[in-house]
Design a protein. Structure first.
Length: 119
């Protein structure tokens, strides 16, 4: 059965290795500041962070990002049927359907989902 949002892909968007942050909270806050956004979902594990980032006041502006704490890399998740128009409810459905927790727990799995930046 085809997943409801189609195929999921991952794109490496930011190398965070040169950024200085004393905590994961500071790392996430700095990332959110770049997009002038807020995190409406924040799932944190020892190896990664999964965020639903939204524009304040726009309930259908969400995009899903994963931070790999070991590699200091940010990734954006993209779906054929939805890229950056997630609502909190749509994120919750995708979280379960695509087992997104596994990407926060083991962000190295994203390497198999990676697409070229110009795809």
């Amino acid at each position: 059965m085809q997943p409801s949002l189609g195929k999921m892909s991952a794109y490496k968007i930011l190398d965070w290795q040169d950024r200085v942050a004393s905590s994961i909270e500071e790392t996430v806050a700095a990332f959110l500041e770049i997009g002038e956004a807020i995190a409406t979902r924040w799932i944190q594990t020892a190896k990664g962070v999964l965020l639903l980032q939204m524009v304040p006041g726009d309930d259908a502006s969400g995009a899903i990002y994963v931070f790999d704490r070991r590699r200091d890399q940010w990734y954006m998740l993209s779906f054929e049927e939805c890229e950056d128009r997630f609502t909190s409810e749509k994120f919750d459905c995708a979280f379960s359907e695509y087992d997104l927790f596994r990407l926060a727990a083991q962000p190295g799995l994203l390497m198999s989902e990676l697409q070229p930046a110009n795809a």
